[in-house]
Design a protein. Structure first.
Length: 98
């Protein structure tokens, strides 16, 4: 595991939230390498269980964090390639900020 993620920028406002996903309903797009658009931040919030969050973008040092309900959410930087993997039963959602 690595250092905590970068904070959301000052003044960022939430504009969208996904439904809650489980290990059975998580979209394939989130499991595969993907990125948000320029100017769009993501906040991955685990409601129950554990979710592995990996940053694999060549512009960042590769990192991974095991997200749980007791830990701070995973912060997704704009355009930075990442993916998630459920670790057993999990429930989580993603909110988007700009």
């Amino acid at each position: 595991m690595t250092a905590p993620p970068n904070p959301l920028p000052e003044g960022a406002q939430s504009y969208k939230r996904t439904p809650s996903f489980t290990e059975e309903t998580v979209p394939a797009g989130l499991l595969n390498d993907h990125a948000t658009k320029d100017g769009t931040w993501g906040l991955i919030e685990v409601e129950s269980g554990r979710l592995l969050y990996r940053v694999i973008d060549p512009r960042r040092v590769p990192s991974e964090r095991l997200l749980t309900p007791d830990d701070p959410p995973g912060i997704v930087e704009p355009t930075i390639v990442h993916n998630v993997t459920p670790v057993g039963p999990v429930s989580f959602h993603v909110s988007f900020w700009r």
